[in-house]
Ligand binder design. Structure first.
Ligand code: MN
Length: 325
């Protein structure tokens, strides 16, 4: 989805403080997505003090949303640079079109992964069949060696793995002998866990990864610390197991993990770059090539089959950010 904030702030994301040995509980921020009847999402990444988990740089969690009341998702063509969008639904259906020519339906349990490389645009519209929309929109940041590459779109439907009573779908990276075929550009993992009530599981994990547990339904404890619904439990690198336990309710969680990213990035609106000037240039190109005059051969290509106009970029905030070396 697009970052539809009306006044998005420019964010500098760098290595966050290490908190080995304890669990941090990250609170969601409610973000209205603009438009007349728009949805509100719960954003846990980026936030003050925690901008990245591995290469995961953006985590929006939404629903269950009654589409009859909110209008669902109707996001016109908008650009991305330097990132991947990871669309993962629990309920509903979204029609995706992008400038690689991809036209696909996003459905529960099916990964849609869009790699922006140096530039892409896409539209996302919930279908008429959708009554409830519920899911996550996640971004990964591309490392220096991949961020100027060609855009691409991939789908992957993971097998559901049974593990100590939980059902696990690994949609990106590898976990529990399940490996996604979708392309990752950094050591990373993303998976859904459905854990029955009163169940404790111990998941073998990568010692060099940091992890976030985003709680969708119910509550879980992560290494003994209670993580409320819609919050993220964060654990720094350094352990080989991750303990998840439910109480009297079943829980659904999204596990996000990866090697600490290590590069400083600048994020604004739908662009990820390495400098303020680069963000300014991406915005100017989007406005000139797509909003003012369609240039199908430009940085962002064109989206075929979408009935409507592309999304203009908001104004840039005053001031500038410089990543530290
Ligand atoms: Mn998007």
């Amino acid at each position: 989805m697009s970052n539809l904030e009306v006044e998005p702030q420019e964010l500098l994301c760098e290595a966050d403080p290490v908190t080995a040995g304890r669990i941090e509980v990250l609170e969601p921020r409610m973000v209205p997505l603009g438009g007349p009847r728009a949805m509100t999402v719960r954003r846990t990444l980026p936030q003050r003090g925690r901008s990245l988990i591995g290469a995961w740089c953006f985590a929006d969690h939404y629903g269950p949303d009654d589409v009859a009341a909110t209008g669902g998702m109707a996001v016109p063509p908008h650009p991305h640079t330097g990132l991947q969008t990871v669309s993962w639904l629990f309920a509903g259906e979204i029609e995706h079109r992008d400038s690689t020519g991809a036209h696909a339906m996003v459905r529960p349990g099916e990964l849609n992964l869009m790699t922006a490389g140096g530039g892409i645009q896409h539209s996302e519209v919930s279908t008429p069949a959708t009554t409830i929309l519920h899911g996550v929109q996640l971004w990964t940041v591309l490392p220096e060696g991949a961020r100027h590459g060609a855009p691409m779109f991939e789908r992957y439907v993971p097998d559901v793995v049974d593990f100590e009573g939980a059902r696990v779908s690994v949609f990106l990276g590898s976990l529990l002998d399940s490996t996604s075929t979708a392309t990752a550009f950094t050591p990373i993992v993303g998976a859904q866990f459905d854990i029955p009530a009163n169940t404790a599981i111990t998941v073998p994990v990568e010692v060099g990864f940091e992890y976030g547990v985003l709680v969708d339904t119910g509550t879980v404890s992560l290494d003994g610390v209670a993580i409320p619904t819609a919050h993220v439990g964060y654990r720094a690198p350094g352990a080989t197991r991750l303990a998840l336990a439910t109480g009297d309710e079943p829980a659904r969680v999204i596990l996000l993990g990866g090697e600490p990213f290590g590069e400083s990035i600048v994020m604004w609106w739908n662009f990820v770059g390495r400098s303020h000037d680069e963000i300014v240039a991406s915005r100017a190109t989007w406005m000139a090539d797509v909003i003012v005059g369609a240039d199908p051969d430009g940085q962002f290509g064109e989206v075929a089959g979408y009935d409507g106009r592309a999304l203009p970029a908001p104004e840039l905030p005053l001031g500038r950010l410089r990543p530290r070396a």
